[in-house]
Design a protein around this ligand. Structure first.
Ligand code: NAD
Ligand code: ZN
Length: 342
């Protein structure tokens, strides 16, 4: 089968013929229909420090996908060929304390699809049945293919109550833009979104931001005044990984404000801890998605009318993957979809 492989320990990805994955008794074999490119895939393609430390070569990459089940292992009784499914990208250990308690997203020993085990940028992928999510028929296939990053957005945005609250989102990448739509759907009052990229700020506006802020030439504190806010944001969603963004968020929270941190900084960030202490802020780290509460919420919100389709801005056939990665690198994009059907 064709697959996008990190074949050599240097920048690039290679579209190669590789053997079809074999399935074990507990596995499900899925014919991949379409996939989303994640920032992680771009790190692997560019072969940055993180990728060099993390990715064993060769490795089939990619983890955002939707496809059709073609075969199931002998121990699999809840999934059947022909069903449309996605895969949860984190394969948990199943026997640590958190896993046993049903808090699988808190597993301390996860494996990443397309990171530590063969991924979804391929014609077929094999995943354990415990990682398969069965899509409801009314979920559009494009949306289904990005349930993984959509889930990051939902997990973060719904970490704290947003009904009637003022929300600050730092970073209008695909996840920040999806979080914007989710917060509006969930009843937030104001959703203010910051970035340094005009294309992405436009996208955030399209997806429902009350106000977008280009922090190269505007301050969040001034926007608070403009909106008539007196006490700061109730909820902060950090989705940039940028230290200045995080600091400005800390300065603009209300007393007792709650921050969910998804963005991954590439270095340590010193902050003024007195702000956290005297303003009594709560800071919660977010990793992945809750299994499978987040997936359930995504499904129900889409069924209820949440529209995240505008976040998909580009699509290419897998044979043109390079164009997809170029779009990602440019920053002038939302989600980029790769089609794996002939
Ligand atoms: P992205 O890199 O596409 O988006 C980040 C955005 O932040 C970009 O649009 C960038 O222009 C913007 N930005 C840069 N400097 C800024 C500043 N000073 N102020 C405001 N915005 C600024 O990433 P994404 O795919 O949307 O993901 C968002 C973040 O979440 C990334 O850091 C990613 O690594 C991280 N992530 C975490 C998890 C997790 O499980 N914790 C999962 C997926 C992604
Ligand atoms: Zn575990």
């Amino acid at each position: 089968m064709k697959a996008l492989v990190k074949k050599h320990a240097r920048p690039g990805l290679w579209l190669e013929d590789v053997p079809e994955p074999e399935i074990g008794v507990n596995d499900v074999l899925i014919k991949v229909d379409r996939t989303g490119i994640c920032g992680t895939d771009l790190h692997i393609e560019m072969w940055d420090d993180w990728a060099q430390k993390t990715i064993p070569v060769p490795m089939v990459v990619g983890h955002e996908f939707v496809g059709e089940i073609v075969e199931v292992g002998s121990n699999v009784h809840d999934f059947f060929p022909g069903e449309i499914v996605s895969g949860e990208g984190h394969v948990v250990c199943g026997h640590c304390r958190n896993c046993l308690a049903g808090r699988r997203h808190l597993c301390a020993d996860t494996m990443g699809i397309g990171v530590n085990r063969p991924g979804a940028f391929a014609e077929y992928i094999s995943v354990p049945m415990s990682n398969v999510w069965h899509h409801s028929p009314e979920i559009d296939l494009d949306i289904a293919s990005i349930f993984d990053p959509f889930g990051n957005a939902v997990h973060t945005a719904l970490s704290f109550d947003v009904l009637g609250e003022d929300v600050l989102i730092t970073g209008a990448g695909p996840i920040g833009c999806m979080a914007t739509a989710i917060c509006q759907y969930a009843g937030a009052r104001y959703v203010v979104v910051t970035d340094v990229n005009p294309y992405r700020l436009d996208l955030a506006r399209t997806m429902g931001a009350t106000r977008v802020v280009d922090v190269r030439n505007e301050r969040v504190a001034d926007v608070q005044k403009e909106l008539g806010m007196k006490e700061g944001f109730d909820v902060g969603l950090e989705m940039s990984g940028n230290e200045n963004a995080f600091r400005e968020m800390l300065e603009n929270m209300c007393h007792g404000g709650k921050i969910a941190m998804l963005g991954i900084p590439d270095h340590e960030i010193p902050i003024d801890w007195n702000t956290v202490i005297f303003n009594m802020l709560t800071i919660k780290g977010i990793y992945g998605r809750e299994m499978y509460e987040t997936w359930y919420k995504m499904t129900v919100m889409v069924q209820g009318g949440l529209d995240i389709a505008p976040v998909i801005t580009h699509r290419f056939h897998a044979s043109e993957f390079q164009k997809g990665f170029d779009a990602m690198r440019s920053g002038e994009c939302g989600k980029v979809i790769l089609d794996w059907k002939e």
